[in-house]
Design a protein around this ligand. Sequence first.
Ligand SMILES: [Zn+2]
Length: 304
Amino acid sequence: MSAPGPRCPVCGGASFHDGVAGNWGEWRRCSECTHVFADPLPAPAQMSSLLDAAYSGAEDGAGMADFADRLKQRDALLVNPSLWFWTPAYEDVLSWLRTRVPPTATVVDIGPGPGFFLHALRSAGFRPVGIDVAEPAVDLSRRDGFLMWHGTVDSLPERWVHADAVVAFFMLHHVVDPPAFLRRIRELWPNAPLAIGQYGPTNLDPIRSLPPRMLHRWNARALGVALEQAGYTPKVRQLRSTGVELEVLKPFRGVSRRFLAVPWLYRAIIRVVVTLLPKMLRRFRREDFVLLAFAEPRETRSPL
Ligand SMILES: [Zn+2]
């Protein structure tokens, strides 16, 4: 009999080998909830300093030069954050917030990175607050007038901020222990609904989707299980890709960055990318590209 291997970090089920994970180790797949995770998993503190270094431009393993690059694109795109939104998940979350919480509600954005969604929330009339482990990203958003916590949800003091809703986009694959992370959110803001956007199973890049950048390859089922275990009632949607992420367009994106010095021209080029190309590339769209979970806190039963 072979060695049992690590248990699934989401549900505790047994796991089996599901592929080689770059130079890091292996991918394991849970035989119960089907979650795919990296083995070994790094220490949480190691992960925080890695992301901080990536935004400072000091780390480029697993394509992490992207992070510092995003901060460079930031100024040109801030006047219209939707130009950066290459997934409909952002618009869906804004629509959900409009119907779910009061118009001036406080919305906590966990891992906002360059802060595009903080700006979109503010434009929509909400009061956005950010939490991020990357100091360069925190500094930029503070400069833009946002209340920001530099650190993780674990280091966040109780009652630091009230939240009417919590959102987290494309960061759950960086979290070493997702169930502990979700339980902590529930504990900090027991009545706040939670929206999570995450890469789906068809949204994998040969360089970027590797540890230590990506520790978890989420699917709808595993994300639902993780949220249920943390005390939420989740609804997980699977969104199709828009077409703009295709390999053939990568050189085009590289060229457009040369125009960053002329922000209006850069925006004009990006506008073509995000509006026109998706229509032309409709038939290349991929199913299950982005996962979008809306989770309501489950009522806790009072002790008998
Ligand atoms: Zn599992």
